[in-house]
Design a protein. Structure first.
Length: 191
């Protein structure tokens, strides 16, 4: 059974930073992104820093890799009514165009999950995402799900969560704390 997820730029880059974007393929996740997210990734790939390298790596595994390594990312144009919704969402405090379009796209394609790592944006559209039945989850959730699906073991998952938090500067943030709580709860479920 495949899972439909929409990704924002932050979540794509987070998984690329730790070299684990391939976990989406291993778990049968169908990844969709709005065109604005692709544009953001292409723009970030121009920089000569760690995020720029992560963006370049993401573009390589989605465009130039061999069939076995390629991760398919469906680039979706928003329909007129959803584009209008995205424009309204983008006016919410602390929400940018990519985040707004990602939420609108999740609604358009009836994806149950929006993977996003921007806490202020998540807070800004929490009520709307509940109404349109789209759960917002952080990229660390993909790692914990991989653990639950036996694509990663516990120690590897914990190490990847630490690496992700270090690379993203989340050591003292709600994203890291939430990830550890998710992992510990997943461990209880597996036992």
């Amino acid at each position: 059974m495949s899972i439909k997820q929409v990704y924002d730029t932050t979540a794509l880059l987070s998984l690329s930073l730790i070299g684990k974007f391939d976990l989406v393929r291993k778990q049968g996740i169908i990844v969709s992104v709005p065109i604005s997210v692709v544009e953001e990734v292409v723009e970030i790939a121009k920089y000569k820093d760690e995020l720029g390298e992560a963006a370049k790596g993401l573009l390589r595994i989605t465009e130039g890799a061999g069939a076995a390594e390629r991760v398919e990312i469906e680039q979706v144009e928003l329909k007129k009514e959803y584009k209008s919704l995205a424009e309204r969402i983008a006016r919410f405090p602390r929400v940018d165009r990519g985040e707004a379009e990602a939420l609108a796209l999740a609604y358009q394609i009836k994806a149950k999950e929006l993977v996003i790592d921007d806490v202020p944006a998540i807070g800004s559209f929490a009520g709307l995402s509940k109404i349109i039945d789209v759960e917002t989850v952080p990229s660390s959730y993909v790692l914990v799900r991989a653990y639950l699906n036996d694509a990663l073991d516990y120690d590897e998952t914990k190490m990847l969560l630490k690496e992700l938090s270090a690379k993203r500067g989340w050591e003292q943030s709600v994203l890291y704390e939430t990830a550890i709580v998710m992992l510990e709860e997943a461990k209880k479920v597996k036992c």
